[in-house]
Design a protein around this ligand. Sequence first.
Ligand code: UD1
Length: 364
Amino acid sequence: MKWISVVGARPNFIKIAPFCRAVDKYNKTNAAQIEHILVHTGQHYDDKMSKAFFTELEIPMADLNLDIGSGSHAEQVGKTMIAFEEICIKEQPDLVVVVGDVNATAACSITAKKLGIDVAHIEAGLRSGDRGMPEEINRLVTDSISDVLLAPDNFAFDTLLREGHSPDSVHLSGNIMIDTLDRELPKVKNNELPTGLEPNNYVVVTLHRPANVDELEKLEKIVNSIITEADNGTQFYWPVHPRTKTKLEEFGLLQILEGNDNIILEQPIGYHAILRLNLDAKAFLTDSGGLQEECCVVGTPCVTLRDNTERPVTLQEHGGTNVLSSIDSLPEDLAKALSAQRKPFRPEKWDGHTAERMVAVLAR
Ligand code: UD1
């Protein structure tokens, strides 16, 4: 069997690490061998956004890098499809495995299906219902053409059945990110916090969605909410995404943040660093998908600055620690999160063994 797995952006790396290990484990215990080729589209290319994750999560170096880099969505998807088609024609895989909801996911699933190659989607069935999000388009396109749909939770599983996918093609496999969390957590739990941070008195901020960071008026309101709490004595630790950094500079907000003693701005940080921060954080303020899930399992109150989430299983009303917030309700939601208790919660099959279940299904 020959499989090609594709990654492109930061969240993909965290999900593919346990999958690569599960393939190796399968090969050690089964006569039928899987030849596994890892392709990196090169959407994320900075060391801090890419290489750092390969190193600390011990992901084997990608066999092929398409080097597509930054660009508009059409540019990224188009360049990826052209380059990936050549690889598929040369390698003739039996299966292409795509992950998550980034541009690589949609581009490579379309390319493979047009060549008649089977596609498996890890993290299938997530729906925010918001077609204004590029990730939602990637999810809808990928799921509609995938042959094997690996759902992380019961909401996703039910969605896929409701959309008419054959029950034979849909599998409740669990959340592969939690495999990584369970493996890495013991390595970081005794690490020191960054200098100056007081345990249980800081909020970790990660924001990168265009809807939050691209307009002055919105980003300014977010910054003001942060400054209000910082002035009340809460510390903020903010590893700034490259897109957000550019916008903060452009809008003259970076200097204001830098001038506050309770706000620490950082470059993008690695997986181990953010996991360590999660263990002692008072709360997270984020628009990331994966952090909603990690906070849910670790038990950290999480304020998600979005109108919707494709991960409802993480919400407070379903047992998690996550609340959705708008820019206008942020001051109130942040204050509430700061007085909330930690409450770890693991949805069904978020047990650290998702990758093995996936490889077993795909090998069958
Ligand atoms: C992408 C994913 C998003 C995911 C996020 C995680 C899509 C549609 N979006 O968004 O789902 O949550 O990754 O970070 O695939 N840049 C750098 N260095 C890099 C990569 C990017 O400086 O290594 C800068 C470039 O200016 C680029 C901008 O960041 O234009 C945005 O990067 P891009 O890959 O287009 O999307 P993300 O916002 O990172």
